[in-house]
Design a protein around this ligand. Structure first.
Ligand code: SAM
Ligand code: SF4
Length: 332
């Protein structure tokens, strides 16, 4: 195999961050993410544990420094912890971090094992702490399990960042209390604008809440200090004065930060997507199964050339989603 060239796209951006959707399946059905009758890929179409580990190895060899496992719900896949362990072998020799985004429902069972495997931080999605609102948003979820999972993660020594999708008329009144709770508990909070990815049962425009207005409101209640922290992602950050808590805002609709994008996403179907907001992907699974590691490298190079300059999300009543894929397939 030839030396491993760095991952630099056609716009001069260096890719150092890989997200992997290990499964599109989930034990919840958040209304903005999936339809109630979502159909999932047959298991045979997913990359195997060995294939996922091989792809991860190759990305690390080519300069990726951070890998996030996501989904769907990563903790519903039985071998996710094995994958974490395989990836974690690279920690300190190329890889800075392996981490996870989870809905938290199975965190209580797995928190200690994640920590033992080398995970230091997790993102936990919680759109509401009110049991009824949570059940409504997720269609049947029990927020208590998530809260217990968050406690277990913290007890195991994992730093927790909360993810909250801002939903007009559903959880907007809970945003300030969520930030107060995060600040009092030593957690970070990232607020996310609903993105038009895949068809769901409702019109996302009805629930879209622009974070520009939310930020104005939060600034009246909290002393928020702009923070220069950048991750190469779409978030901008503030510190809650007097606390260690960082507030992040992911505003793909109201402010675009694609210029510094440093990430690519390996989807559940084995395709590498260069942008959350575009349908074009390169089939790493076919390359790997057909031509082995050399084919994998060629496919990654091909993908890099195709990374678009930016996404072009639009939320408007009746508008079609930007992609056919749901976030759960691409990996949020
Ligand atoms: N199941 C895990 C969870 O919920 O954290 C991981 C996968 S989920 C797709 C990752 C993140 O994407 C979650 O914070 C979720 O709220 C967010 N998300 C899902 N669909 C979205 C959409 N259409 N727009 C914005 N955020 C979305
Ligand atoms: Fe599942 Fe996460 Fe999508 Fe909710 S946001 S349905 S928890 S994948």
């Amino acid at each position: 195999m030839a030396a491993a060239p760095a991952l630099i796209d056609a716009h001069g951006r260096t890719i150092q961050y890989l997200r992997i959707s290990v499964t599109d399946r989930c034990d919840l059905r958040c209304r903005y993410c999936m339809s109630e009758t979502m159909t999932f890929l047959p298991r045979a179409e997913l990359l195997s544990l060995d294939e996922l580990a091989l792809v991860a190895d190759r990305f690390v060899a080519r300069g990726v420094r951070k890998i996030r496992l996501t989904g769907g719900e990563p903790l519903v896949r039985a071998d996710t912890l094995d994958l974490v362990r395989r990836i974690a072998r690279h920690l300190g020799s190329g890889l800075d971090e392996v981490t996870l985004t989870t809905n938290g429902t199975r965190l209580a069972e797995h928190a200690q094992a994640l920590r033992d495997a080398g995970v230091r931080r997790v993102n936990v999605s919680i759109d509401s702490r009110d049991p009824d609102v949570f059940r409504h948003v997720t269609r049947h979820g029990d927020v208590i399990r998530v809260l217990v999972g968050i406690e277990a993660a913290r007890a195991a020594g994992l730093a927790v960042k909360l993810n909250m999708v801002a939903l007009k008329g559903l959880n907007e009144a809970e945003i300030a209390p969520m930030l107060a709770w995060a600040a009092a508990s030593g957690m970070d909070l990232t607020l996310i604008e609903t993105m038009p990815l895949g068809q769901v049962d409702e019109d996302r425009a009805d629930r879209f809440l622009a974070l520009t207005g939310v930020l104005t409101d939060l600034k009246e209640r909290f002393d928020l200090i702009p923070d220069t922290h950048r991750t190469g992602g779409p978030a901008r950050y503030w510190r809650v004065a007097g606390t260690a808590t960082r507030l992040g805002l992911i505003t793909p609709l109201t402010a675009n930060f694609c210029d510094g994008c440093n990430r690519v996403r390996l989807a559940t179907d084995g395709k590498l997507y260069m942008c959350l907001g575009h349908d074009e992907g390169v089939d790493l699974k076919a390359a790997l199964r057909g031509q082995g590691l050399a084919g994998l490298d060629d496919a990654i190079d091909d993908a890099l050339l195709r990374k678009p300059a930016r996404h072009d999300f639009r939320i408007a009543a009746g508008a079609a989603p930007a992609t056919r894929r749901h976030m759960s397939v691409t990996g949020g």
